[in-house]
Design a binder for this molecule. Sequence first.
Ligand code: SF4
Ligand code: F3S
Length: 104
Amino acid sequence: TYVVTDNCIRCKYMDCVEVCPVDCFYEGENMLVIHPDECIDCGVCEPECPAEAIKPDTDSGLESWVKLNGDYAKSWPNITIKRDPPPDAKEMDGVEGKLEKYFS
Ligand code: SF4
Ligand code: F3S
């Protein structure tokens, strides 16, 4: 399965939801997550994310993100239609430590 990681927070470009064949993205206030039981591992979303926030869960060091995606996918609403990203998405791209500072 694939997971959404730190750099999605406050960038939230939503290009990913447009390409996912099984609509398995779920939306929080500042980021999206992927439902691990619904993702079919097609990999189509990974290159579409302008923030390079989507990674295969086999990448090293992603354990906390695997858990976060799985946990929040159960309670956040499904999202299938892209909207405008936050107005400061560009400025937020690459900011360090977004989970601690901005996650909600
Ligand atoms: Fe959807 Fe494929 Fe990305 Fe999984 S890897 S979230 S199925 S686009
Ligand atoms: Fe986030 Fe990238 Fe999708 S920034 S909303 S994972 S396109």
